[in-house]
Write a protein of this length. Structure first.
Length: 153
């Protein structure tokens, strides 16, 4: 019977070991399932982050294109401003030359008017001393009106 008791002990020991192994397998399966869930959650989070990164890179590329377009537009505006400033300087120089030319022309006309007045006064004085008829005075008025009209134009 002793062998039967030893066999029973060994059988009980084997069953205990088997139960323990089954428990370890069950715990391993539970742990595996938990790791599988964690892996799925991490994979899902990784996919979200990758998607967000792609969106961010697209947004950055779009903004960089917009920045380049604005910089290009800014340079165009700056060039146009410089061209307008140059045109303005040229026009101001032209206006100043025209003003100076007009002032010189006016001075010349005023000098001519003065000489004509003096000449008319001298002729009138000679005409009065010679007994003129007054035609000289009528001519003087006409001549002065013509000179005044010319100087205004």
């Amino acid at each position: 019977m002793e062998t039967s008791a030893i066999n029973d002990d060994k059988r009980a020991e084997s069953e205990a070991l088997l139960d323990e192994l089954k428990e370890q397998v069950r715990r391993a399966e539970v742990a595996s399932e938990q790791y599988q869930r964690e892996l799925m959650a991490l994979k899902s989070r990784f996919d979200e982050i990758t998607s967000e990164q792609i969106k961010s890179e697209d947004l950055i590329a779009t903004k960089n294109e917009r920045i380049e377009a604005l910089e290009s537009g800014s340079m165009d505006v700056e060039k146009r401003c410089q061209a307008l400033e140059m045109t303005q300087k040229v026009e101001e120089a032209t206006m100043n030359r025209d003003r100076e030319a007009s002032a010189t022309k006016e001075e010349e006309l005023m000098a001519t008017i003065q000489r004509l007045r003096e000449s008319l006064s001298a002729k009138e004085a000679r005409g009065n001393s010679e007994g003129g008829t007054g035609l000289l005075r009528t001519g003087r008025i006409y001549l002065l009106s013509q000179v005044a009209t010319t100087s205004r134009s």
